[in-house]
Design a binder for this molecule. Structure first.
Ligand code: PEP
Ligand code: MG
Length: 575
């Protein structure tokens, strides 16, 4: 590749492959730098700037609404319509002007006033009004950005690359998929939740660039190379042509991936594996469907609870579950009860600060204490079960008692619905994630309490190897090929088979074609992964026979470490 004086290559770690040429969009954390540098003028001048920014915001929103309508995105248009009303709200404006008169800079005044309004909305006793809190914050930020001169590229047609020290999963989730095509993060290992969402959308992603973040500005045009883990600034014409060709090759590969979407995942000797999708928000399902997913193997419901100030109510949850279940058609939709805590804290849950949040009060441990939240969620899932085939899955289980306790709540929720004459599926499946070493070791006992296991390797690897899944300093030790992990997985799948229940996997390992061969050798029934990962796994399964997979598994289990296992698979199966 030709280099010029102005071309700069920032080296990080590529976690989702692909090449994107697009404009940087800094996420919320980064606005503070602009605020600190903003030089306020006198109150009259600041007030005038505010008037102008409000007007521009209104015009921008009108453009977004028109585009959304043209694209048939009625819902988006409706939300933006509410935003237009808020931008024009005289009460909000007066509040901002009051703060400016007290000497605050216009952008600060806008952010503070919108936050005050958001708090009022959030405290209201009405779910609809509570949800407006996020909207008013959003417009506060939109107007503040205009005042700060930050080019808000969302309205353009060019691809956006989200960039931040740490990106909140909701920052990716809330943006329309077609707009965002890449992600750059300062921190974050390969299984942080922002990365998981990026994967499910097939967004090229590079992490570990914290030392360079200062040199990336809103609106900068950059090349993001997720294959090599690079971000390139000021690429010269020859290099740009090269990157464009690679981006096109990526699109071509995607077309090929889509072409095998309708073929079954079956080995050359006829062993069939179910390939399902992992979803975080209902839109992920739309992204996964074209890749031929057979239902959902993991619906991470906690995303519904994140990026907001209040707990989502039963009705809101029901709608979100029903939307995904209906898209699954005759296939199963595995809904995991909220996995809060760990790397997914919630401000309104008041989880006390913990030294080891991954070993702390999280997931099923919270659900069994905050039974009010758990019951609401179970009721919402049960109600959605009248609209398709649902399985309920419990996260972070370590013992049979937890499953029994959770089942009692499920039965109580069923009794309530029966009394209220609300329809639900009486035979709804009830299963657990095997993501702690304790659960993996106890699978013969746990299998008696549930209908299925789904192996969560993201956590199982971190707990088995004592390697934090989001700490880049130890990421080289984090591997699902470690024979200790493989043995626990084999034990789990064997226990499931022996007890006549099905087993699947929904951790990131399931989307690795090489690992899929080992899992096939172990006799797994289902693999659930991000939509874009499905075709490559399917290709691998369709190219091998199950006897060969078992042979490779036996060889792998004799090896000493993760590197040796990976080397064996690469040698035997190619990359
Ligand atoms: C896992 O741990 O593998 C898993 C799928 O759950 P999460 O990544 O949401 O913790
Ligand atoms: Mg987990």
């Amino acid at each position: 590749m030709e280099m010029t004086d102005t071309m700069k290559v920032l080296q990080g770690k590529g976690v989702v492959p692909g090449v994107v040429i697009g404009r940087i969009r800094l996420t919320s954390q980064d606005i503070s730098g602009y605020l600190a540098q903003y030089v306020a003028r006198n109150p009259a001048a600041e007030a005038e700037k505010l008037e102008q920014a409000l007007l521009t915001a209104q015009q921008d929103l009108e453009t977004v609404i028109t585009r959304a309508r043209e694209a048939g995105e009625e819902k988006q248009a409706e939300i933006m319509g509410a935003h237009v009303m808020m931008v024009g709200d005289p009460e909000l404006k007066n509040s901002v002007l009051g703060k400016i008169a007290e000497g605050l800079a216009a952008p600060r005044a806008m952010l503070d006033a919108s936050e005050e309004f958001a708090m009022i909305f959030a405290a209201m006793d009405n779910e609809y009004m509570q949800e407006r809190a996020a909207d008013v914050r959003d417009i506060g930020r939109r107007v503040a950005k205009l005042l700060l001169g930050i080019v808000d590229t969302v309205e353009g047609d060019e691809p956006l690359i989200l960039c931040g020290a740490e990106i909140e999963p909701s920052a990716i989730a809330n943006l329309p998929p077609a707009m965002v095509q890449g992600v750059i993060m300062g921190q974050g290992g390969t299984t942080s939740h922002a990365v998981i969402i990026a994967k499910s959308r097939g967004l090229a992603t590079v992490v570990g660039l914290s030392e360079y973040l200062g040199s990336l500005k809103d609106g900068d045009e950059v090349v993001l190379d997720g294959d090599k883990g690079q971000v390139i600034l000021g690429a010269d014409t020859a290099s740009l042509a090269n990157y464009r060709a690679r981006a096109e090759a990526g699109r071509e590969q995607r077309r090929r991936d889509l072409a095998i979407a309708s073929l079954p995942a079956v080995t050359t000797d006829g062993v069939r594996v179910q390939l399902a999708a992992n979803v975080g928000i209902p839109q992920d399902m739309q992204a996964a469907m074209p890749f031929g997913c057979e239902g959902v193997g993991l619906y991470r419901t906690e995303f519904l609870f994140m990026g907001r100030d209040t707990v989502p109510g039963e009705e809101e949850q029901f709608k979100a579950y029903r939307e995904v279940v209906e898209q699954c058609g005759e296939h199963l939709c595995v809904i995991r009860t909220m996995d809060i805590g760990g790397d997914k804290p919630l401000p309104y849950l008041e989880i006390p600060r913990e030294d080891n949040p991954f070993l702390g009060w999280r997931a099923i441990r919270i659900s069994l204490v905050r039974t009010d939240l758990f019951m609401t969620q179970l009721r919402a899932i049960l109600r959605a079960s009248a609209f398709g085939k649902i399985a309920i899955m419990l996260p972070m289980v370590i013992s049979s008692g937890e499953i029994r306790q959770a089942r009692q709540h499920l039965q109580a929720a069923m009794r309530q619905l029966e009394q209220e004459q609300i329809a639900f599926d009486r035979n709804i499946q009830f299963g657990i994630m095997v993501e702690t070493p304790a659960a993996a070791v106890m699978t013969p006992q746990l299998a008696k309490e549930c209908d299925f296991f789904s192996i969560g390797t993201n956590d199982l690897v971190q707990y088995t190897l004592a390697v934090d899944r989001v700490n880049p300093n130890v990421s080289s030790l984090y591997s699902h090929y470690h024979p200790a992990v493989l043995r626990l997985i084999r034990q789990t799948i064997t226990a499931a088979r022996e007890q006549g229940i099905w087993s699947g996997m929904c951790g990131e390992m399931a989307g690795d074609p090489l690992a899929a061969v080992l899992l096939l050798g172990m006799g797994i029934h289902e693999l659930s992964m991000s939509g874009p990962a499905i075709p490559r796994v399917k290709e691998m399964i369709r190219s091998i026979d199950s006897g060969r997979a078992r042979q490779l598994l036996d060889q792998a289990l004799e090896l000493d470490d993760a590197a040796a296992v990976k080397e064996l698979l690469l040698k035997e199966l190619g990359n």
